[in-house]
Design a protein around this ligand. Structure first.
Ligand code: UD1
Ligand code: CA
Length: 456
């Protein structure tokens, strides 16, 4: 769309009680401003310009991208003054859409409607609220034409009873914008240059003024406090859950899933309660995620079951695996198909071949495991010598008994068997049995100590 987008984000957000600029506070894991930028980008605008101010360079530093222009507004003299700072970066031939960095749920479809159509006009996104307190009110004449927006602080008693409010989001005609911004004055209750005063200027200049409404009331909600942020997060979470349900994902409870990023699901996916998905997560066809799992930047292939209380971070899990309960798969892990990782097993930066199992209490770090390997309970790879990390290689069809230490760097060749309790420090040849002999000793005359009687 040939439109400029200006995102206002210079305000302080005092009520957040935080050193972090308001627009950088995360909503479902992503900064408020990033939600607005994402929606703006979807419009394919000519320019996106972000007006920042409070919090120094934190906003541009956090959000920098080649398609974004950042302009500093200092001091902050009002919304009209803010848009004026952006002017040098805008394409004068295009209309300008003003968005707020702290109104994150504004929808693309609503903005399309607002910007759509030909001809020179000023279009304002308005809403009817039961409690309009605090907002600028839309003043209309007897023919229902908009004649002004009055801020609450400048409004008369009668105007304060108007329930139609200015959401702050508007589309301004390109050829008029610079002239109108020049004509704004700060003679009002807040000594600010109000962007809303362009309405009176449009009336004077006989530019058509139109209004449109958001599809959904949550779209226009702003964040001024932590409690409002929590409220919006809840709405957003439910929106995502409903989208997943619509796509056929079986959620045990749409109120108890938390998606903080992008979750893509195949068909017939089932997700139990209290799961958190962060970053980019893909769940393949017929996969199942049990209750209380956290999955971050991971790809789970078709038919795999993630059992309850499992944490997966930056890993790829193959088809038909069974992971957990209580498993931890750490970054850099790649599991082939039919792998079983059971309770209290930690896997880090390791590749595990098809059909291999580590079902109980093990640590597999910096390891390459072949196919059909069985890792016994209590087995660990000793990958760290106190200074450097070393790799362990366990080839196909190896059977490792319980409570084995594999001191890396070490290779266990194909088909070897390691006896329980062994400490393996040297490479094991293929097909052999490797043991660390420990003799069992029996003491026949031994007496278990008894508790001394307390003195009376
Ligand atoms: C503004 C509107 C009001 C509308 C309301 C909706 C004006 C004069 N008033 O009021 O009609 O009902 O929003 O929430 O426009 N900002 C800057 N620089 C500034 C001032 C503000 O970047 O100098 C940014 C803020 O960070 C915020 C947005 O503009 O994102 C709105 O500012 P805010 O102070 O919340 O405006 P209101 O007075 O609430
Ligand atoms: Ca506000």
């Amino acid at each position: 769309m040939s439109v400029n987008v200006v995102i206002l984000a210079a305000g302080q957000g005092k009520r957040m009680q935080s050193a972090l600029p308001k627009v950088l506070h995360p909503l479902a894991g992503v900064p408020l401003l990033a939600h607005v930028i994402r929606t703006a980008r979807a419009l394919k605008p000519a320019r996106i310009c972000i007006v920042y101010g409070h919090g120094g360079e934190q906003v541009p530093n956090a959000m920098r991208a080649p398609d974004l222009q950042f302009v500093k507004q200092e001091p902050q003299l009002g919304t009209g003054h803010a848009v004026k700072q952006a002017l040098p970066h805008l394409d004068a031939g295009s209309d300008t859409l003003v968005l707020y960095g702290d109104v994150p749920l504004i929808a693309q479809t609503t903005l399309h409607t607002l910007c759509d159509g030909k001809g020179e006009r000023l279009r304002i996104l308005t809403a009817e609220l039961v409690e309009p307190g605090g907002y600028g009110r839309i003043v209309r004449n007897t023919k229902r034409a908009i004649t002004a927006i009055v801020e609450e602080k400048d409004a008369t008693q009668k105007q304060r009873r108007i329930c139609e409010i200015n959401t702050g989001i508007m589309s301004l005609p390109g050829k008029r914008l610079a002239g109108w911004l020049d004509r704004l004055s700060d003679k009002n209750a807040q000594r600010e240059y109000y962007l809303t005063d362009v309405v009176a200027l449009a009336v004077k200049d006989r530019v058509k003024i139109e209004s449109c409404a958001p599809q959904n009331e949550s779209e226009i909600l702003g964040v001024n406090s932590m409690s409002q942020l929590a409220g919006l997060t809840r709405i957003y979470r439910l929106q995502i859950a409903n989208r997943l349900l619509d796509a056929g994902v079986a959620l045990a409870d749409p109120l108890r899933i938390d998606v903080r990023g992008d979750l893509r699901c195949g068909h017939d996916v089932r997700i139990d309660v209290n799961c958190v998905f962060e970053g980019d997560v893909e769940l393949g066809d017929n996969s199942v995620v049990g209750a209380n799992c956290i999955i971050r930047n991971a790809k789970i292939a078709a038919g795999t079951r993630i059992e309850p209380f499992t944490l997966i971070d930056d890993a790829a899990i193959g088809k038909n695996c069974r992971i957990g309960p209580y498993a931890r798969i750490r970054p850099g892990s790649k599991l082939a198909e039919d792998v079983h990782i059971g309770n209290f097993v930690e896997v880090k930066a390791s590749e595990i071949g098809a059909g291999s199992k580590a079902n109980h209490l093990a640590y597999v770090g910096d390891t390459t495991i072949g196919r059909n390997v069985n890792v016994g309970a209590g087995t660990i790879t000793c990958n760290y010598d106190g200074v450097n990390k070393h790799r362990t290689v366990i080839e196909d069809n190896v059977l490792i008994g319980s409570d084995v230490q594999l001191v890396a760097p070490v290779t266990v060749h194909a088909g070897a068997t390691i006896g329980a309790g062994a400490t393996i420090t040297k490479d094991v040849p293929p097909g052999v049995l490797a043991l660390t002999e420990k003799k069992q000793v029996v003491k026949l005359d031994w007496q278990r100590p008894v508790k001394k009687a307390l003195k009376p």
